[in-house]
Design a protein around this ligand. Structure first.
Ligand SMILES: C[S@@+](CC[C@H](N)C(=O)[O-])C[C@H]1O[C@@H](n2cnc3c(N)ncnc32)[C@H](O)[C@@H]1O
Ligand SMILES: [Zn+2]
Length: 798
């Protein structure tokens, strides 16, 4: 058995324990520390309830309150533990019922939840610490050498005996205080599962007394009356629930993960035994930590589903539920939703980041997310609608697109509903779909909208460019999660690429892996847009107010103008949107340039090149580095590097092919215009000595730059007309298409255009002298040669 679900939890626990220890009594309010029989403190003077109870929701109470339905009168904290959540509700003025099957937890809830006015006086506190000749020696006899420093075992026997002189809430306060003091302390682990020196609290009997005194004062200070009849129970959840009456049940059950379970009675066996002074309990003598046999069943991966199914079934009659839960826990979230829905509730899952500084042993929970299922009564149909949002195409009046950044292969998975649905082996990528607030386009997403509508992204297609083409689909979105953070909230999604089904998906995967596709766009529809200035709502762009029409995304009288989107439906992720496409083209080019040297080498022989020479492209560099840092596995790194090289070669190959095609096309067009010119000139009387000469001239003309060609053409036009006329006569029958006015045509109309349309429009053949044109033609040819360094281009014979 492990006490903490994760190492992180253990760390958090220890940090909290330290925090509790270093808490200055002054923070309790000076009255609390000074008064011998303190009275109720005004709310602002009341201390914060600090606890180091395992799995305590101390840090999440504000969040839990935020998601508490309005109008809740009575709340049941069904697994109350430290009672920190119950206490929060008490301060909010609700009637509170707290329940936990542990005695220690029950005394805590009696002391600060049910109890509205009873406190220990200073004398009573001192009496608890006084010697007692009649005290037993159970702790000294059974726990010698473990958990506490020398002398403390006897002190605990004494204090425990003194507790029995008290009764009612006073005794609850005393036992709660004693248990709390035993749990924490300098050193030790907070729980009682280690018999080692590390597991031993170091404080001396005097220090222990001092802490107990402070703890009792603190508990005194927490006591207050919220004018409600609050109640504490110590029952098994399934005994209590059928008869419990409340508007809301808050459930924070023990949870099981792949690697661990938490059995609270085991973890706290010493304190739990101390509460009854082990009455009726049998210590297992052969155990190092001397725990007693317990019949409390541990929630494990195997029985978790059944456990939830049973207790939630017993809570059907309570209209609202809030269920605390962790990612990576069992039952998984999909199963949780199913169970909740099966009892006629609709649910929304809220998530909150838990920032831990270190990674756990299992690599688990470093990004642990706290979950909260907010469940309300609802028709079954609406629960289903929540899971598979109906397309809102008919109702959608607007459409917009949101740029998003994608991440691939970071091993970071979101464990949300549809997570397990994807076929095995399809690579996943994650991306932040959308954040609360205003984006570059002036679209504004509220937390309400995103938390309510994020699931519409699930089961939407990932395609190449938002086309409707079936062949463009390369994947799908399998999970979406709304996370609250310091900046508001964000929707995180997981997409999957169907690499086994389409080559396009494979290419997309590779491009993403290399960082070549990193910015993509998400499309969304929405029903109504609201102006941030005049707050008018529109269902049609034609009706927009002036603010939205003219200033959306900008300022109006110093106020930002944005459109608040209502009724959002996410419709799909496009990998190559227009902006993305430009960006990708740029990166592709860079990649291809950089891979040129590789091409001169035989395939697979470019290792040196790639390993030694960094590229300038951060994306390519990052893609090369990432796996190395993350995996630390040389074989994998070299695999990835090889793949990287192959991909770059592929990209370069494609790029080259495109260039070749373009060149071919251009050459064909140039040859065609050269041919036409030559034919025309021959008609005008030009002749060649041999077929080779003619071919050479054709080649020369075809290879001229546009400018040089234009000049040459213009120069040829001025050849003596007589020659042309003679030729005309001879060749008339064959020259049907040029009719009787070839000369006029040549001299008065726009010169011939090549098929490719490359003939510059601004070459005016008539206004410039022959000499000028020849010079121009020469210069153009010269520039052409210098530019292209091709000897064939160096002459011009006109
Ligand atoms: C995660 S803790 C609750 C922590 C609490 N919300 C807090 O903030 O301190 C779970 C609690 O459920 C109690 N528990 C476990 N199984 C139970 C059962 N079957 N019936 C009643 N209480 C149970 C445990 O004793 C433990 O205190
Ligand atoms: Zn307006």
């Amino acid at each position: 058995m492990e006490l903490f679900a994760t190492d992180l939890e253990r760390l958090a626990f220890l940090l909290e324990a330290d925090a509790a220890l270093t808490l200055d009594p002054d923070t309790l309010g000076s009255e609390a520390a000074e008064q011998s029989a303190p009275e109720e403190l005004p709310p602002e003077k009341r201390p914060k309830y600090i606890t180091n109870y395992i799995g305590s929701k101390q840090k999440l109470v504000d969040w839990i309150w935020k998601h508490t339905p309005e109008g809740t009168g009575t709340v049941l904290d069904a697994f109350s533990g430290s009672a920190v959540v119950a206490y929060m509700y008490k301060t909010k003025g609700l009637q509170v019922i707290a329940n936990d099957r542990l005695r220690y937890c029950h005394h805590a809830a009696k002391a600060i939840i049910e109890n509205n006015s009873v406190r220990l006086s200073e004398d009573e506190i001192e009496a608890l610490l006084a010697d007692n000749a009649k005290a037993g020696s159970f702790v000294q006899d059974n726990f010698k050498g473990i958990f506490f420093a020398k002398g403390v075992h006897a002190l605990i026997d004494t204090i425990r005996a003194n507790c029995d002189k008290l009764s009612g809430f006073k005794k609850d306060i005393a036992l709660f205080g004693l248990g709390k003091t035993c749990m924490s302390g300098k050193g030790g682990f907070g729980h009682f599962s280690s018999s080692t020196d590390y597991g031993r609290r170091q404080d001396t009997p005097d220090e222990f007394k001092d802490r107990l005194r402070k703890n009792l004062q603190r508990i005194n200070a927490l006591v207050f009356d919220n004018d409600k009849e609050n109640k504490a129970y110590r029952q098994d959840i399934n005994e209590l629930l059928p008869k419990a009456k409340a508007d809301l049940a808050y459930f924070d059950p023990p949870y099981a993960t792949e690697f661990s379970t938490t059995n609270y009675e085991r973890a706290y066996h010493f304190v739990e035994g101390l509460m009854t002074y082990w009455e009726g309990l049998e210590i297992k003598a052969d155990t190092k930590v001397k725990y007693y046999e317990t019949d409390h069943k541990t929630v494990t991966k195997a029985n978790a589903s059944e456990f939830f199914q049973t207790f939630l079934g017993n809570a059907k009659h309570i209209p609202h539920w809030l269920i605390s839960y962790r990612d990576h826990a069992y039952p998984n979230e999909q199963e949780m939703k199913r169970i909740i829905g099966s009892f006629g509730k609709q649910s929304r899952m809220k998530s909150k980041d838990h920032h831990y500084a270190i990674t756990s042993k299992h690599g688990e929970a470093s990004n642990a997310k706290e979950r909260l299922f907010v469940c309300a009564p609802g028709a079954k149909a609406s629960a289903e609608r929540e899971e598979k949002p109906a397309p809102m195409a008919a109702a959608a009046n607007f459409h917009t697109s949101i740029p998003v950044d994608i991440r691939l292969g970071e091993g970071e998975r979101l464990a949300t509903e549809a997570m397990d649905v994807g076929s095995a082996g399809d690579p996943q990528f994650s991306f932040v779909l959308c954040r609360t607030g205003t984006n570059k386009n002036g679209d504004h997403f509220t937390a309400e909208e995103l938390s309510g509508r994020h699931m519409t992204a699930v089961n939407k297609k990932v395609d190449l460019q938002h086309s409707q083409e079936f062949n463009d689909i390369v994947g799908g979105i399998v999970a979406a999660d709304y996370l609250e953070d310091d900046n508001g909230g964000r929707v995180e999604c997981v997409g999957e690429l169907y690499v086994h089904d389409t080559p396009a998906a494979r290419l997309a995967y590779k491009l993403m892996k290399r960082g070549i596709i990193s910015q993509v766009s998400m499309e969304c529809d929405y029903q109504e847009g609201e102006c941030s200035i005049c707050h008018k709502r529109f269902q049609n762009k034609a009706d927009y107010c002036t603010h939205l029409r003219k200033f959306k995304g900008r300022d109006f009288n110093g106020q930002p103008v944005f459109e608040i989107l209502h009724g959002v439906t996410f419709t799909g992720l496009g990998l190559l949107d227009r902006k993305g496409a430009d960006e990708n083209a740029r990166i592709l080019q860079v990649a291809s340039l950089q891979s040129q040297p590789d091409q001169s080498q035989p395939e697979g022989d470019s290792t040196m090149e790639d390993k030694t020479k960094p590229t300038d492209d951060p994306a390519v560099e990052a893609a090369k580095k990432k796996p190395a840092q993350q995996e630390g596995d040389p074989a994998r790194v070299s695999d990835l590097e090889k793949e990287n090289r192959q991909l770059k070669a592929q990209v370069a190959e494609l790029q080259k092919r495109v260039q070749e095609l373009e060149a071919e096309q251009k050459a064909a067009a140039c040859r065609s215009r050269a041919k036409k010119l030559l034919t025309r000139l021959e008609k005008q009387g030009l002749s060649f000595a041999s077929e080779e000469d003619r071919e050479a001239e054709l080649k020369r003309l075809a290879e001229l730059s546009d400018e040089a060609f234009a000049a040459t053409e213009a120069a040829y036009e001025r050849l003596p007309k007589s020659a042309k006329a003679d030729k005309d006569k001879e060749e008339k029958p064959a020259d049907s298409d040029q009719g009787g006015k070839p000369a006029a045509k040549a001299s008065t109309e726009t010169p011939l255009r090549s098929d490719a349309g490359v003939r510059p429009h601004d070459v005016d053949d008539r206004k410039v002298s022959l000499e000028d044109r020849l010079r121009d033609g020469f210069m153009a040819a010269y520039r052409n040669r210098v530019g292209e360094d091709s000897p064939e281009h160096s002459q011009i014979n006109a």
